[in-house]
Design a protein around this ligand. Structure first.
Ligand code: ASP
Length: 351
């Protein structure tokens, strides 16, 4: 056989292998989905209270689901879902954020693209109406990954994001929570009540307010993304930065493993590198996204923290875990062509 003939047959064999591979990828069984959390909840939650809070979560899921259905990216889907919750005063993110010890609202947010592993975060932002858009700007327009304080606000202003006065974020119930927390000299999660001796373990808010928000998604192209936004913890020290804007702690996405968003005692989530820990467990130990979330929550508990984790793996399987004993986690999911589900926060949801 002539050399050229051999070459042609080699190319034909190689390209049919490529075609087969391409077919395999297409046949790959993954299910696009958006998953959100709205922070943690007290155990005294009533069905009526849940119903009130279910509505904005459903709205956020629908916003993300629409993006995915229209062939949008996971990045756009999580941004859309987070913005709905940032605009709703019931959540501790954007409007309705908690107060620092000096009476400021300082907002933290981050976002990560599992395809490119690019990420951005803002911390201690005081004037960006939708901090998640600030996080995207850091990712898209700067060489940096995290920009804090005045710098974050300036960047947002420069690129024309909507800027607001601090009073935009104000809500009576968050301000009352600050006054109570200061009286008792406590730093509180949304789900905690000032004065409780068991702090960090109990949740008896007069009203179980919604908290930090997170969204993770897998789009039709098989790309993962994750985003988180928060006001942090009531009576936190002015200038304190939590896990939510930190890539690997509060937010993480990697197309080879999982997308993750966390809520809870940020100072402990940072020490566990919680969001990345879920990915590492999945990638190197056991590709079971539920177990990966659970073992990470065990580490949070071990260090005295409380909170929850949502995760999706590259196939669209979901993992939900939280510290449970005295806690629930607002969470929900929407698959394409299906009605969004918001789960009763006090029950374990898992598939
Ligand atoms: N993780 C947030 C923080 O520590 C608080 C929360 O999720 O409720 O800032």
């Amino acid at each position: 056989m002539k050399f050229s003939k051999i070459l042609v047959s080699a190319i034909v064999v190689a390209s049919s292998a490529l075609i087969l591979n391409a077919g395999d990828v297409k046949k790959k069984d993954f299910s696009p989905v958006i998953v959100i959390h709205g922070g943690t909840s007290g155990m005294d939650l009533t069905k009526e209270e849940f119903e009130i809070r279910r509505a904005p979560m459903e709205k956020a899921l629908l916003a993300g689901q629409k993006v995915l259905e229209e062939n949008g990216s996971a990045m756009d889907a999580v941004t859309a879902a987070i913005m709905v919750m940032e605009d709703d005063p019931n959540f501790n993110a954007g409007k309705g954020a908690v107060f620092t010890s000096d009476g400021f609202n300082e907002l933290d947010a981050s976002i990560m693209d599992g395809k490119t592993k690019k990420a951005g975060g803002v911390a201690m932002a005081r004037h960006i109406k939708n901090p998640i858009l600030g996080a995207r700007l850091v990712m898209d327009k700067t060489w940096h990954t995290l920009v804090a304080g005045e710098g974050a606000d300036k960047l947002a202003e420069k690129y024309g994001l909507e800027m607001v006065d601090q009073k935009y974020f104000y809500t009576d119930f968050r301000h009352d929570a600050l006054i109570k927390a200061k009286e008792k000299e406590q730093i509180l999660l949304d789900s905690e009540k000032a004065g409780d001796k068991k702090k960090i373990s109990m949740l008896m808010n007069e009203r179980p307010y919604l908290g930090t928000v997170g969204a993770i998604a897998l789009d039709k192209s098989g790309n993962l993304a994750a985003a988180t936004s928060t006001g942090g913890m009531t009576n936190k020290m002015t200038g304190r930065i939590g896990d939510s804007p930190i890539i690997g702690s509060g937010t993480y996405a990697d197309n080879d493993s999982v997308a993750v968003s966390c809520t809870g005692t940020g100072d402990i989530y940072m020490r566990v590198n919680a969001a990345h820990e879920v990915s590492a467990y999945y990638k190197y130990k056991d590709d079971n996204v539920q177990k990966a979330a659970e073992q990470t929550i065990d580490q949070i508990k071990h260090l005295g923290g409380t909170g929850g984790i949502i995760s999706i793996d590259k196939n669209g399987k979901t993992g939900f875990a939280w510290t449970k004993k005295d806690l629930g986690m607002y969470h929900g999911e929407a698959r394409l062509g299906e009605k969004p589900i918001v789960y009763w926060p006090l029950e374990t949801k898992n598939k």
